[in-house]
Unconditional design. Structure first.
Length: 169
């Protein structure tokens, strides 16, 4: 008889866990390009130091913030950046995924923290960094930003040309 009582207690608990698990999986999809505005954008090339003995290295970088334009708090958003030389189809590199908005969410009308994303691939030269932009082999780069809400697919948030300027941070 004791065994049977425990079974009745277990069934509601298992049911409750299943309902909670399903409710987390069935969150309402979010159209990120509509819900968010990419603001406070700064692009340029970050000084990645000296490589290969005596060559200067600069890497394309973007910093930005996300502003919630929707009428609801949105949580759990990741972003990634993909860099391409303009006119090339081959990817120059990508920045690691970054958690842009945590589980606490971003309220309507609010702007999130500054996000800085750079790739490890870039330009190297023995010339001074500022002179690298005028070299005949230097080609401009663009960055595409993608966002992902929870388990949704990545959606394009914007595309920006990397400015020919050195960034200090």
């Amino acid at each position: 008889m004791t065994r049977r009582r425990h079974r009745h207690i277990l069934h509601p608990a298992v049911f409750l866990l299943a309902v909670l698990a399903l409710s987390g999986c069935m969150s309402k999809p979010v159209d990120l390009p509509t819900a968010f505005e990419v603001t406070d954008v700064t692009t340029g090339y970050f000084d990645a130091g000296i490589v290969e003995g005596n060559k200067n290295k600069i890497v394309p970088t973007i910093s930005f913030r996300l502003k919630n334009r929707s009428s609801e708090t949105i949580a759990s958003v990741q972003v990634m950046a993909k860099y391409n030389v303009i006119g090339d189809t081959e990817e120059l590199g990508s920045a690691p995924y970054v958690r842009a908005i945590g589980p606490e969410g971003l309220a309507p009308g609010q702007t999130g923290m500054q996000i800085v994303m750079k790739t490890n691939l870039g330009y190297t030269s023995e010339a001074p960094r500022a002179v690298m932009f005028t070299h005949s082999m230097f080609r401009d780069v663009k960055v595409e930003l993608f966002g992902k809400h929870k388990a949704q697919q990545f959606q394009k948030l914007g595309e920006f040309k990397i400015a020919r300027q050195l960034l200090t941070r």
